[in-house]
Design a protein around this ligand. Structure first.
Ligand code: CU
Ligand code: CU
Ligand code: CU
Length: 463
């Protein structure tokens, strides 16, 4: 059980038991009897406008500033996440970010496809400064993303104070009846105090409006791994995974639990036709490997299912996910995540330096990255601008293909990734998405050279 729980998805045992109710291994704690919270808050949407002189471009403004009780907020929202940025594939967006904090900050649109120069993750904006990024959402980019500060050294404090907001991109595939008619709910997990909240509320309740509910799960905590499962009367129920970080899968994948590391997203379709109560729970999980201190079992949200909701078919096919031809890889690299014992965290034995390029690659090439975690705890590995596919976890082939931007690397394991450098080159970063670890050095700089800068050459490595 413990060993299985270390995997990101319990898929092997799931295919055989799809549709079944699996008893929880442990009897439930008194957490089950905690009182319900309010109805799930719907997050306010960010105002979008189309300026007269710029047809086809949508503009929006996000301002980071202080809020009540010492908290920070985007556009004064809260308590709870910043406004929802709702976009559509093909949209061209001109997004202004203004820093009204009394400390440097920056805006990062986590996972939203954009070139390194537009993402500009090394930018620190001084108090009172603003910047503008303009980008177009490519076909196939529909999915669940988020935005948050990226000012190295101060990310954890700003996240914990309330600076994070969701991004939902829709596309033509969302118009098929199996998705269009589902009850689409965004659940954004954040933690500002002792409790992890959902859209700013403790144990909120959803009343299902359709025979299938689409849960967009977004772990925007600064450092809490969430092993999530749906239960009905103490037994786990099967849900279908339809999307990971970087969008839709080829077809729904049945599962009974899913580990969402800090920064990660997943979308589930849940059958909501049998009247009663489903509970979304965070199950015990240890980031310190088997035998380590585990988080408590706790209910995160309830789903009340009224009678008479009509069944809705599962979609049979979603978005083709390319099978990458690994024979074209130009190199295999090993990256080592570790902790230095003095409170700093390292990648390849060193902490982050603003002016040092750690890895060099070339636009248009494919690399294999073996990310090894030699530390005593899990680290979620995040790469900007270039989506990756997991090939294997500790030698075990990944059971299905998916594009991702954040991949948990459990303590003592190695995860093998395919990393194609598509789109523009430029200077970007990779790091642990436990914000404190990133702040304390677990980040590196990747420079992807434009392909025509060095025609025909295999890129030189600095390692
Ligand atoms: Cu992020
Ligand atoms: Cu970490
Ligand atoms: Cu980042």
């Amino acid at each position: 059980m413990a060993e299985l729980s270390r995997r990101s998805l319990i898929v092997g045992s799931v295919v055989a038991t799809a549709g079944a109710l699996i008893p929880l291994a442990r009897s439930l704690t008194s957490a089950e009897t905690l009182p319900d919270g309010p109805p799930l808050p719907e997050l306010p949407e960010l105002d979008l406008s189309t300026p007269a002189g710029k047809p086809g471009t949508t503009t929006a403004v996000l301002t980071a500033g202080s809020a009540e009780n010492g908290r920070l907020a985007y556009n004064g929202t809260g308590p709870g996440p910043g406004p929802l940025l709702r976009l559509r594939e093909g949209d061209r967006i001109r997004l202004t970010f203004r820093n009204d904090l009394d400390a440097p900050s920056s805006l990062h649109l986590h996972g939203v496809p954009m070139p390194p120069a537009t993402d500009a993750p090394l930018t620190h904006l001084a108090p009172g400064d603003s910047d503008v990024r303009e980008f177009t959402l490519p076909p196939g980019s529909a999915g669940t993303y988020w935005y948050h500060p990226h000012a190295h050294g101060d990310v954890e404090r700003q996240l914990l104070a309330g600076l994070a907001g969701p991004v939902v991109v829709t596309g033509p595939l969302d118009d098929q009846p199996a998705l269009r008619d589902a009850d689409d709910r965004l659940l954004m997990f954040t933690r500002t105090g002792r409790e992890i909240t959902v859209n700013g509320a403790t144990r909120p309740v959803i009343t299902a409006r359709s025979g299938r509910t689409r849960l967009r799960l977004l772990n925007a905590t600064a450092g809490d791994h969430l092993l999530l499962a749906l239960t009905r009367e103490d037994k786990r129920t099967t849900a279908h995974l339809i999307a990971t970080d970087s969008g839709l899968l080829q077809r729904p994948v049945p599962l009974i639990e899913i580990l969402l590391a800090p920064g990660e997203r997943a979308e589930l379709l849940v059958e909501t036709t049998t009247p009663g109560r489903l509970t979304l729970r965070s199950l015990p999980y240890s980031v310190y490997g088997a035998g380590g201190q585990r988080t408590p079992d706790r209910p995160m949200a309830g789903i009340d299912i009224p009678a008479d909701l009509s069944p809705l078919e599962l979609p049979t096919s979603l978005l083709p996910v390319e099978k990458i031809d690994l024979s074209t890889a130009v190199r295999t690299r090993r990256l080592v995540l570790d902790g230095a014992g003095d409170g700093s965290y390292t990648i390849d034995g060193r902490t982050f330096a603003h002016d040092r390029v750690d890895l060099r690659a070339t636009q248009g090439t494919l690399e294999i990255w073996e990310v090894e975690n030699t530390h005593t705890m899990d680290h979620p590995f995040h790469l900007h601008s270039y989506a990756v596919q997991v090939l294997a976890r500790d030698g075990k082939a990944e059971p299905f293909r998916a594009w991702r931007d954040t991949v948990n690397i459990p303590a003592g394991t190695t995860v093998r990734l395919a990393v194609p450098f598509r789109g523009d080159g430029g200077r970007t970063v990779y790091h642990c998405h436990i914000a404190a670890h990133e702040d304390l050095g677990m980040m590196g700089i990747l420079e992807v050279a434009e392909a025509d800068a060095r025609p025909g050459e295999v890129p030189a490595s600095d390692r």
